[in-house]
Design a protein around this ligand. Structure first.
Ligand code: ZN
Length: 511
């Protein structure tokens, strides 16, 4: 058996299903390019039949990415499968991933199908998918709660019809390592021809076991892991890509398995996912958390200074964290700036570079040192968070100890310029009142956070907000030297996302 583990990244599909994490086409494309640089084997780019927007963004990714396989998700419906194929067919290595639930509870209440009907449907679906694509993956949704003999007959049907990869999802994050090993072993024993295929695992983290379960599956003979960067995903998320990869690398002696991941790209990728989705990783998160390589305790620091390996099992450089990050400043020219943007993993057009460089120059006028985090924030602000429907043109706020806070806002709404002023309890309240009055929207503000991107009082401020409107949740981010402008930008960004979401009805898929 091969000792190479295939990394199937589903940040763009399963990860995007995290509440509030929806990404637009431009964001998906930037992230796909970075995933390619990271060296993932497969990118699940979306669920093309779910909406027009998703179809087009999967297609864009398929056209842009050259090395990784680009896969579209499809239910076992002819229309889904054909749509998925049309979205990925221009990829260098395209693939279709089709699935159906095999647990009694899902078949009875959700599908309302008998076992025989499910087997028939799988046969037809995999046959159709194989007539279009050389590479087809089949998944048994809710596999870990399925009756194992029945599941093996469903898998046998998929194998007989030419599926190349069989995936076992722990859809609801219910399983534990011994149980996962047993399922993988049983499938390997019972399904004829499975030895010629790749067996894959897809774990959710509801009980905090997604990574442990994925490793148990690898031990039992699976050779593909489905995972997401930072472990984002539906509910408690998916198995975290960076953890699986670094466990296999750090404990190579125990597992004897390799991946094709360029570990030095892990940190950049993690940061890009945070920037795009607005979902931060907790400071104590393994591998990519802010404290993962910090040593506060004196006794640890002393040990580290004498010999790094006393307390450090992974050198930060291995995951792309540089101990000294190159600092740009007022005198850095366009060339240095462009090089930095490229090193950070962004591929921008000439026009986008010009625009970002202009913002960089104006920031450098009042901020002495510009760090990688600042550059990332500028790119996010100027390129990724492009205003579609609502655009903030200017903001003036009056506040202090003896005045009623007042905000005057000038905006462009669907190409039309307008302005208005409102009062509020505080300057942020006044600003938001003015923006919402102009846009005529009434979302609930669920969360509001302000943080400094780097240290120092001249740091860029970053506002992160979460809005809820008619059951749709959107995150918004904004960055600026002035925290009130940052807050206003975050509101406008979230409103643009809400607007985008309301035009994208998504049938729910859970896998
Ligand atoms: Zn999933």
């Amino acid at each position: 058996m091969s000792d190479r583990v295939l990394i199937f990244d589903t940040t763009l599909r399963d990860g995007e299903q995290s509440p509030g994490a929806s990404m637009n086409a431009q964001e998906k494309l930037q992230l796909a390019r970075q995933l390619e640089r990271l060296g993932v084997d497969t990118i699940e780019a979306g669920f093309p039949a779910s909406s027009e927007g998703d179809f087009h963004s999967v297609r864009q990714v398929a056209q842009a990415v050259r090395s990784a396989r680009i896969v579209g998700l499809a239910r076992t419906l002819a229309e889904d499968i054909e749509t998925a194929w049309r979205a990925v067919e221009q990829a260098k290595n395209p693939g279709i991933h089709t699935f159906i639930a095999t647990s009694d509870i899902h078949m009875k209440y959700k599908l309302r199908m008998s076992r025989e009907e499910v087997i028939d449907r799988v046969g037809q679906a995999v046959r159709l998918a194989r007539s279009l694509s050389d590479w087809v993956e089949f998944s048994c949704e809710d596999a870990t709660r399925s009756e194992v003999d029945f599941m093996c007959s469903v898998i046998q049907t998929a194998v007989d019809q030419g599926a190349c990869t069989i995936n076992i999802p722990d859809t609801v994050g219910y399983s534990y390592p011994d149980e996962i090993s047993a399922v993988i072993r049983t499938v390997r024993e019972k399904v004829r021809g499975i030895e010629n295929l790749v067996l894959s695992i897809h774990c959710h983290n509801d009980l905090g076991l997604a990574v442990a379960n994925s490793l148990a599956a690898l031990r039992a003979g699976a050779r593909q892991v489905e995972c997401t960067v930072n472990g984002i995903g539906e509910r408690a998320g998916n198995a975290a890509l960076e953890e699986i990869v670094m466990i296999l690398k750090t404990r190579k002696g125990s597992f004897g398995l390799d991946t094709g991941i360029v570990s030095e790209e892990i940190f950049h990728t993690s940061r890009l996912v945070t920037t795009i989705t607005g979902i931060s990783v907790q400071p104590n998160k393994a591998i990519v958390g802010a404290n993962a390589f910090a040593h506060e305790a004196g006794i640890h620091q002393d040990g580290i200074i004498k010999e790094r390996t006393t307390y450090e099992i992974i050198a930060p450089e291995t995951v792309g964290i540089s101990r000294s990050s190159l600092v740009l400043g007022k005198h850095s020219g366009s060339h240095a700036f462009r090089e930095r943007v490229k090193d950070l993993g962004y591929s921008l057009t000439e026009e986008e570079l010009e625009r970002t460089f202009k913002r960089f120059k104006s920031l450098a006028d009042h901020k002495k040192e510009i760090f990688d985090e600042d550059v990332e924030a500028l790119v996010a602000e100027e390129v990724l968070r492009t205003a579609a429907t609502y655009k903030l043109l200017s903001l003036t706020v009056m506040s202090g100890s003896d005045v009623v806070p007042t905000a005057t806002v000038r905006m462009e709404i669907e190409g039309r310029e307008c302005h208005g002023a409102e009062l509020g309890n505080g300057p942020v309240d006044a600003t938001y009142n003015a923006i919402l009055k102009l846009t005529g929207r009434r979302p609930n503000l669920v969360r509001f956070e302000i943080s400094a991107i780097t240290g120092g009082t001249d740091a860029l401020g970053e506002a992160t907000i979460r809005l809820e409107e008619k059951g749709k949740v959107a995150l918004g981010k904004g960055t600026h030297e002035d925290i009130l402008v940052a807050s206003a930008k975050a509101m406008v960004n979230a409103l643009n996302r809400l607007h985008y979401l309301s035009g994208q009805p998504k049938p729910s898929v859970r896998l």
